[in-house]
Design a protein around this ligand. Structure first.
Ligand SMILES: [Zn+2]
Ligand SMILES: [Zn+2]
Length: 83
């Protein structure tokens, strides 16, 4: 698992880019998972490609397309899920 650089040091623009890049990773993962579903390959759960939240660890998959995860127990940013 990779470690996030200290986001405190990022400019607003850099943070926005980081979140955008993270969403790209997450959407690619969703597409990959969907591909497996379509092929009816069994036994892979949503966690298989791993976008578990590294802040809380309880959230297995980023929810929504917004800046933060829409899961009420999570609410962490996309970049926290792009492990
Ligand atoms: Zn989450
Ligand atoms: Zn979280």
């Amino acid at each position: 698992m990779s470690v996030l650089p200290d986001t405190q040091d990022l400019t607003d623009e850099q943070s926005a880019t980081l979140e955008k890049a993270a969403l790209l990773v997450i959407s690619a993962r969703r597409e990959a998972a969907e591909m497996l579903r379509r092929a009816e390959i069994q036994g892979f759960d949503d966690d298989f490609f791993g976008s578990r939240c590294r802040k809380c660890g309880n959230c297995r998959e980023f929810v929504g397309d917004d800046e933060v995860c829409q899961r009420s127990a999570c609410r962490h940013s996309a970049s926290q899920h792009a492990t």
